[in-house]
Design a protein around this ligand. Structure first.
Ligand code: C2E
Ligand code: MG
Ligand code: MG
Length: 448
């Protein structure tokens, strides 16, 4: 039996000996650095010449699947076929080097812009991804790339390799084929881990607090609702904004547990105000898409309302357009069930992101909260004024309530009054405040 293996690529057959002696590109021997001598030399030389460079690490994304299916020899043959395919596409001074099975590195010198990096990555991905016939087996190889910049992210080859692999991991199942990873990303990642731990501890130590921001009926000035806004209180008394921790809590699923605490706490607070004889028609809670996917949401909400003597009609859930965008049958089912039980549903921050008027026509909606970016431009350009005016009449036509967010000055408040907007919320009327301060505000607002 011949010791030769055949690689057929784009109709051409290449004969190889199993030691790879005829492999189309030399494979660098491993050195003490995992990156290999050639790539290290390239990076260090760029660094010493004061040139910026990118380490691009690319791998065959289905490599391990192929090797598990067809055996290790297949893997070696696939690597060789790939390098041969790329040879014509890469410049002489950018030789691809094997780092580990199915993974290669290349140094792009003088790449300073995102666009230049993308162009080089595209060249490799498009050049290498495609149909091959390896050892008589037709298959498809798919490439993906992780990149890190030298010296801006690091001037240490090992660290650059670490960053580039991090980028590859971050690619995950996304449709993208190239991603970079910087020191900033690493710091963000570290902060995220710290925040995850801090949130767990804060829940245990009851250091989450709710502030409340009243909503006012534009025509009468009466308090028509109250939005609960969560903060994390540090042991030194400082408070962390939800903008810092909610996205992380949404990402790791912590928002579900935190959300249940928020629902119970807000219900208890509303009950306290009611017991004190203060009028708060309802309480609004921000609800993340992840919470709507949790099967217990309805049950926990009903229990929280029942335990505090409230009705489900005392509650309003604010969901973002993103939630509608990611809408699944499950989410739609939960929203419909909540609404059937009496919970009012509001679209928060309407007008940002992927606004779709179709959401407004969606049956289970009750209220639209117009994003504060619209109000911020009131009086500055006629077109924004016309959009808000249009929103007011559209909401009316659809039988939806309209809440204008971010009222920061008298001019905006007057404008809302003039166009007949129902409800307003914003710093000019009241900031989000601790429950005790809101109690005072309610007492004063009810004084004849
Ligand atoms: P949001 O639901 O749109 O809340 C309104 C945000 O705008 C609040 O910021 C509020 O303090 C701020 N705001 C109110 N009036 C004005 C104004 O006149 N001018 C300006 N510039 N800002 C105003 P906050 O409390 O930092 O909350 C930010 C976001 O965090 C919320 O946006 C919401 O998406 C999220 N969030 C807050 N609490 C919760 C919660 O309990 N659960 C969930 N899932 N998300 C929450
Ligand atoms: Mg909100
Ligand atoms: Mg909002």
């Amino acid at each position: 039996m011949s010791s030769e293996r055949k690689i057929r690529q784009d109709g051409k057959v290449v004969h190889l000996d199993p030691r790879g002696a005829t492999s189309p590109l030399p494979i660098a021997p491993a050195t003490s650095s995992e990156l290999g001598a050639t790539l290290c030399r390239e990076l260090l030389s760029a660094r010493s010449m004061g040139q910026s460079a990118q380490l691009l690490v690319f791998r065959i994304s289905n490599y391990h699947l192929l090797v598990d299916t067809f055996g290790p020899e297949f893997g070696t043959a696939a690597e060789t076929a790939l390098l041969k395919q790329l040879r014509g596409l890469l410049r002489r001074r950018e030789p691809a080097q094997r780092i580990q099975p199915g993974e290669f590195g290349i140094v792009g010198r003088g790449i300073r812009s995102e666009a230049a990096l993308k162009a080089m990555a595209d060249r490799i991905v498009k050049g290498g991804t495609g149909r091959y016939e390896i050892n008589g087996v037709p298959c498809r190889l798919k490439l993906e790339i992780g990149a890190a910049a030298c010296p801006s992210d690091s001037d240490q080859p090992e660290e650059l390799l670490h960053f580039a692999r991090f980028a590859l991991r971050e690619l995950g199942d996304s449709a993208d084929s190239c991603r970079s990873f910087s020191r900033q990303d690493l710091n963000r990642r570290k902060a995220m881990f710290r925040m995850e731990a801090e949130m767990e501890k804060a829940l245990e130590e009851q250091r989450f607090v709710l502030q409340y921001q009243p909503q006012f009926a534009v025509s009468t000035g009466a308090v028509s609702g109250m939005e609960a806004l969560v903060r994390l209180e540090r042991s030194d008394g400082s408070r962390v904004s939800p903008a810092e921790f909610i996205p992380i809590a949404e990402d790791n699923g912590f928002i579900v547990r935190l959300g249940y605490w928020i629902i119970r706490e807000a219900c208890q607070q509303l009950a306290r105000w009611r017991q004190a004889g203060l009028s708060v028609p309802r309480i609004s809670l921000n609800v993340s898409p992840r919470q709507l996917l949790d099967a217990r949401l309805l049950e926990v909400t009903e229990a929280a309302a029942a335990e505090t003597g409230l009705s489900m009609t005392d509650l309003e859930f604010e969901i973002t357009e993103r939630c509608m965008l990611e809408q699944s049958d499950e989410v739609a089912g939960t929203l419909t069930a909540l609404r059937q039980r009496g919970v009012r549903l509001a679209i928060d921050d309407f007008g940002t992101g992927y606004s779709s008027f179709a959401y407004l026509a969606w049956q289970p909606m009750d209220i639209v909260k117009l994003d504060r970016s619209f109000l911020a431009r009131v009086g500055e350009d006629d077109r924004t004024d016309a959009v808000i005016q249009g929103m007011v009449s559209m909401a009316r036509q659809l039988g939806l309530g309209l809440v204008a967010e971010g009222v920061e000055n008298e001019q905006q408040a007057n404008f809302l009054r003039a166009v007949g907007c129902d409800v307003a919320q914003g710093f000019a009327l009241a900031h989000p405040q601790d429950p005790e301060a809101i109690t005072q505000l309610l007492i004063e607002s009810e004084r004849p």
